[in-house]
Design a protein around this ligand. Structure first.
Ligand SMILES: [Zn+2]
Length: 494
């Protein structure tokens, strides 16, 4: 998280000079693997974010002298629970940095190993395996979110099958498509890529499309429109979300905004820098009704690096046409809202949930329960598939509040889902920890598959299935001490 400080009173926004705010940052576009001169791993990502922070500090000095900043960057703050996971093992400790960016959406390059291993095999199989191995194990699973990549031109249903495998077996949570690199730029609307897009929609996966020009953007928009008019795409449309990476590299083009007006289409900011940046945000503000819900911050590391700086600095400047809340949506909220559901793979089974509740006025019980779970990761039979914080329901991201009040920014750091996967890959469960009014702490251990599962990270009871709520209520135990809670949870996970 980046901590920023108001440089002057902003009475119309209820902000006082010196008020400090925490902004959560998610990078929606990041590559790992290796492609010719490019090579990147989790350690490379964190190093990049650490150096980006130094660039931010340098740049902010210059901009402050020009009096062009409304908020000045002050520091980087690491999220508590994820840092404790990193600090729990000596070999992980040295990777505990670069927390300017809290979470990163990671997908393959057109890797040196992306071509099919044998005729008829899918492209990107090895690449997708590598992405999963980086993103779904502790400690990186606390900050990386893996997306799959496929080549629609693999022939037959090969790409669709690889997509299904990477979602069900590997737990990847979105899809990257690159029409230029995989040579389907002229056939985006044709069956091969349409079948992949349709299946991704049915699986509820956001799809990020590389776009370098308006022709590609227009074709993607036409594809979405044609699916909308196709009765066979009814299920796909329910889960379809398309992200236009690089905003077609044409941030002022009216055709980009025609596409972004589509409720299923979003724009991602990587590549845009310098004069592109004000053009994108000003035009979005003019042309789109809910403009700050339509744009996602991304870096495209390692193809690009410091360009991301311009986007962040602009959002803190006097020229930015939005509030800190708009910046927070673009920096993290929109990407998290598109991801929506907690991590899971198909190895989970169905079952009855167990809920434990105890009072936790000092928040010590929560800390102790977390310590117990971290210890379990280090000593027990479980690995951490993901750490997913609860978020506000779509369209309700709040304005961040000053740290001196409660410092909230929408991402609920004390209510979250841990996906635990047994090391022998036979069991998987969600450990869902939440704070409730009246200083109550609850911990629900539930299965990741079947009728009774958690399908959303949106923290609002109306978003939760009635069957799930009833089943939790029927299996809820109120305990007197946090010790009892720890031992009940441990017993379930033994
Ligand atoms: Zn890229």
């Amino acid at each position: 998280m980046i901590v920023v400080r108001a440089v002057e009173d902003q009475p119309n926004r209820g902000i006082k000079k010196g008020d400090e705010f925490r902004l959560y940052i998610v990078d929606a576009h990041h590559h790992m693997g290796s492609e010719k001169g490019h090579r990147n791993t989790p350690a490379g990502a964190y190093d990049f974010y650490a150096s980006l922070w130094l660039e931010i500090l340098k740049q902010s000095k210059v901009l402050k002298e020009d009096d062009s900043l409304l908020f000045e960057p002050v520091s980087v703050q690491a999220p508590d629970l994820a840092t404790r996971v990193f600090n729990s093992r000596d070999s992980w400790k040295r990777l505990n940095h670069g927390w300017l960016v809290d979470r990163t959406v990671v997908f393959p390059y057109t890797d040196d190993y992306s071509s099919p291993e044998e005729p008829g095999a899918p492209s990107f199989k090895v690449s997708n395996d590598k992405i999963a191995s980086w993103t779904s194990r502790a400690p990186h699973s606390t900050r990386l979110i893996g997306f799959s990549r496929v080549n629609p031109l693999d022939g037959g249903l090969t790409a669709v099958e690889e997509l299904e495998r990477s979602v069900k077996e590997l737990g990847l949570r979105g899809l990257k498509l690159h029409p230029l690199a995989q040579l389907f730029i002229d056939s985006i609307e044709e069956d091969a890529s349409r079948n992949v897009v349709k299946r991704a929609g049915e699986l509820g996966l956001p799809i990020i499309f590389d776009t370098r020009n308006m022709k590609t953007v227009v074709r993607i928009k036409r594809l979405v429109d044609s699916m909308r008019n196709d009765p066979q795409c009814g299920d796909a449309l329910k889960g379809l979300r398309v992200i236009i990476a690089h905003c077609g590299m044409s941030p002022g083009d009216s055709r980009l905004f025609e596409a972004l007006k589509d409720p299923l289409i979003f724009g991602e900011t990587s590549t845009l820098h310098d004069r592109d940046v004000p053009v994108l945000f000003e035009t979005a503000n003019e042309r789109l009704r809910n403009w700050s819900e339509k744009l996602l911050f991304g870096t495209d590391f390692s193809f690009l690096s410091v360009q991301a700086l311009d986007i962040i600095m602009y959002m803190l400047s006097r020229d930015f046409p939005g509030t800190l809340g708009d910046a927070q949506r673009i920096l993290a909220g929109n990407t998290l809202s598109l991801l929506k559901t907690p991590f899971r793979t198909s190895i989970g089974s169905s079952g009855t949930p167990s809920e434990f509740i105890c009072r936790d006025e000092s928040r010590k019980s929560q800390g102790k329960l977390e310590d117990t779970l971290i210890e379990l990761l280090n000593k027990g039979n479980w690995d951490l598939g993901s750490l997913d914080f609860m978020i506000p329901p779509e369209g309700t991201w709040p304005e961040p509040r000053p740290i001196s009040s409660d410092g909230t920014n929408g991402v609920q750091q004390d209510s979250y889902v841990l996906t635990l996967t047994s090391k022998n890959k036979t069991k998987e469960c969600h450990v869902w920890i939440r704070r409730h009014p009246g200083d109550l702490l609850s911990c629900v251990v539930l299965s990741t598959q079947g009728m009774i599962q958690l399908d959303t990270l949106e923290n609002a009871s109306q978003k939760l299935g009635r069957v799930l709520l009833r089943s939790i209520a029927d299996n809820s135990i109120t305990l007197k001490t946090s010790k009892e809670m720890q031992s009940h949870v441990l017993r379930l996970l033994s």
